[in-house]
Design a protein around this ligand. Structure first.
Ligand SMILES: [Zn+2]
Length: 151
């Protein structure tokens, strides 16, 4: 048993209980990124990058869930409307293609929300393990729903 965690986490399965909390948090963040791509996919299963005309199937490794406010700022990591489909070229190549991203978000969410996103806390969010477990469960259910929609 790991030091510092000798209690059961509600809802935690045997599959994850030996995974360190920091790693589980990273897995949850990746789950949410994939979910956001699925949610924005057309019923054909294709997804368009929000910052350029590139289109890929939702399950393409070339299509990412790109963060507007960088995920290195943990306060932005799990904010869902901070995450939209982006092609690898924009997300990595153009480092988020931020000016296009801001134009898209302003048109989609409105200027007020964009300003709120920019004010997200820059310090790490303090999430308990049980919250991360619960988030992953919720993301998994929503992912299943989306996969049914796109099947
Ligand atoms: Zn792109």
């Amino acid at each position: 048993m790991k030091a510092g965690r000798d209690y059961a986490v509600p809802g935690e399965t045997d599959r994850t209980k030996h995974i360190a909390t920091q790693r589980l948090k990273k897995m949850a963040a990746a789950d949410l990124q994939r979910l956001r791509v699925l949610e924005e996919a057309f019923s054909s299963g294709l997804v368009q990058c929000v910052t350029c005309p590139t289109i890929h199937p939702f399950n393409s490794v070339e299509m990412h869930g790109g963060h507007f406010i960088s995920r290195q700022f943990s306060g932005a990591l799990f904010v869902e409307d901070n995450i939209w489909p982006q092609c690898a070229g924009c997300n990595w190549g153009k480092r988020g293609n931020i000016s296009e991203y801001e134009r898209f978000l302003t048109a989609t969410l409105g200027l007020e929300r964009v300003l709120e996103l920019k004010r997200l806390p820059r310090e790490p969010s303090k999430l308990h393990r049980y919250q991360i477990v619960e988030m992953r469960r919720s993301y998994a259910a929503r992912t299943k729903e989306q996969r049914r929609r796109l099947a």
